[in-house]
Ligand binder design. Structure first.
Ligand SMILES: [Zn+2]
Length: 159
């Protein structure tokens, strides 16, 4: 069993744009490919995914993992870049048996109110209707109808 791992995680506070500025690509930490495996046994979403893969005897297939601290609206350019690379990397490792994404649930992009719904739909169109897509969310993530339509399971974190 092969499980693609990835994510774009951002807690967007749209009201904070005036204080923090918008959130460009330079605000994101990014790990690509095998560098994601260094998160094994760490107290992170991806670390949890890796531990679960070990427990299941599944092969983790790392793609792109990007995250930024809470701040203002994600710029359209930053999201397009991260989304494009994540989708390319997932497409490159297909077929997989499942996809596990670290998201936040409160991501907002300039021009896209529902980062997670948009990203989930794009991943769904890549993998087809039968591959489970799961997401880890922060506890105060906003779960939209678009997300419910796309994802199979959501996990809330406990921090
Ligand atoms: Zn949060």
């Amino acid at each position: 069993m092969r499980i693609a791992l990835g994510g774009i995680s951002h807690e967007t506070n749209t009201y904070a744009d005036a204080v923090t500025g918008t959130t460009g690509l330079d605000r994101f930490g990014i790990r690509r490919g095998d560098r994601m495996l260094r998160a094994r046994a760490t107290d992170t979403f991806v670390g949890g995914f890796l531990d679960a893969c070990d427990t299941l005897g599944a092969e983790p297939v790392p793609t792109l993992w990007a995250w930024a601290g809470p701040s203002g609206t994600v710029t359209a350019d930053a999201y397009a870049t991260l989304r494009g690379e994540l989708l390319e990397r997932i497409a490159a490792v297909l077929p997989v048996d499942a996809v596990a994404l670290e998201l936040h649930g409160a991501g907002v992009v300039d021009g896209i109110d529902d980062l997670e719904g948009d990203l989930g739909a794009a991943v769904r169109s890549l993998v087809g209707p039968d591959v489970p897509i799961v997401a880890a969310l922060d506890l105060h993530g906003t779960i939209t109808e678009a997300m419910v339509d796309t994802f199979d399971v959501f996990f809330g974190n406990e921090c």
